[in-house]
Design a binder for this molecule. Structure first.
Ligand SMILES: [Zn+2]
Ligand SMILES: [Zn+2]
Length: 319
């Protein structure tokens, strides 16, 4: 099978089709998405070596006796060991021996086939085409904000960052009924949030005023700086982005105004699939281009162009 393999450098390689282990299934990948975290892999995130990619929709191709056989699926990306104290407490996503699809010790989705535990799978409803289902993972990650920072409908929320993550976070928060503002740097990206009822601003033009909750989704230290200056006393800053750099933090910035700083990673797939099925969120305007897997290197390069939101890879096509 073809795969986009990273070993210090990305390359399209012909590799053997993986064999599912006990409890696992083989998934024939239909579509995969490239996200900012994949671009971090190129810069050494987790020291990952292997097949890249963690956002996908596909179809279960093996084993023959799996009840999932032939089912169109999306899959949660964390693989816990199943035996440690964290896994037994239902925190497999935080297992210390955790492997992560395409990001840590487990081959990913930018390939003709991938393997995942059957327990990680979610069936894709018939009404959700592949081009929407491929957004389940990032949309679930956006929904996670609502789990880590309960959002009353009276809340005033600022989302910092107008990339795919910030836009999707602003959409799901707007669906919740809260007053949502989005600060970014690209007028054409901000325009994608306004139809959802999100008030948008260029970061430099953000009007004065505090927010109950600020979600940092910009992927840069300057985004966190803006978040910390705009959250009200006793408010919450939710950190969505990972980046390889460091941010120097003066503890007084949190201590004196009693601000909560909350990390936020992977989210509920079932909720994301419902939002997609019911048309409450439609991420298709994020798609810049779709490349066949054989042109995966071009897809990676395209995803790194400034202003490009989402690049998809069609893994069903060989050429
Ligand atoms: Zn991602
Ligand atoms: Zn474990």
């Amino acid at each position: 099978m073809l795969a986009l393999y990273f070993d210090g450098q990305p390359a399209i390689k012909e590799l053997p089709r993986p064999a599912p282990g006990p409890g696992e299934v083989l998934v024939r990948v239909h579509l995969a998405g490239i996200c900012a975290t994949d671009l971090q892999v190129l810069r050494g995130y987790h020291g990952f070596k292997g097949i890249m990619g963690h956002e996908f929709v596909g179809e279960v191709a093996a084993p023959e006796d799996s009840p999932w056989l032939g089912q169109r699926v999306v899959g949660e990306i964390n693989l816990g060991c199943g035996a440690c104290d964290l896994c037994r407490r239902g925190l497999a996503g935080h297992c210390r021996q955790r492997r992560v699809l395409g990001l840590k010790d487990h081959d990913g989705a930018l390939a003709h086939y991938l393997t995942l535990p059957a327990a990680n799978l979610h069936a894709v409803p018939l009404e959700v085409p592949d081009v929407l289902a491929v957004f389940t993972e990032p949309l679930a990650a956006a929904l996670r904000v609502l789990e880590v920072a309960p959002v009353p409908p009276s809340a005033r929320i600022l989302v910092v960052g107008d990339g795919p993550l910030g836009l999707q976070v602003s959409w799901v928060l707007a669906v919740s009924g809260a007053e949502v503002h989005l600060a970014g740097r690209h007028p054409e990206h901000l325009a994608l949030a306004r139809p959802q009822g999100v008030a948008t601003y260029l970061a430099a033009d953000l009007p004065a005023g505090d927010y109950d909750i600020v979600v940092e989704a910009s992927g840069s230290p300057s985004g966190l700086e803006l978040a910390l200056t705009r959250v009200r006393p006793r408010g919450t800053v939710v950190m969505k982005s990972t980046y390889t750099g460091r941010y120097p933090l003066d503890p007084a910035v949190l201590v004196v105004p009693e601000i909560s700083l909350v990390g936020c990673r992977c989210g509920p797939f079932a909720g994301a699939l419902r939002l997609l099925r019911d048309g409450r969120v439609d991420p298709r305007p994020l798609i810049a281009r779709t490349f066949p897997l054989s042109r995966g290197l071009e897809a990676l390069a395209w995803a790194q162009r400034p202003g490009v939101l989402k690049v998809l890879v069609d893994c069903r096509e060989a050429g």
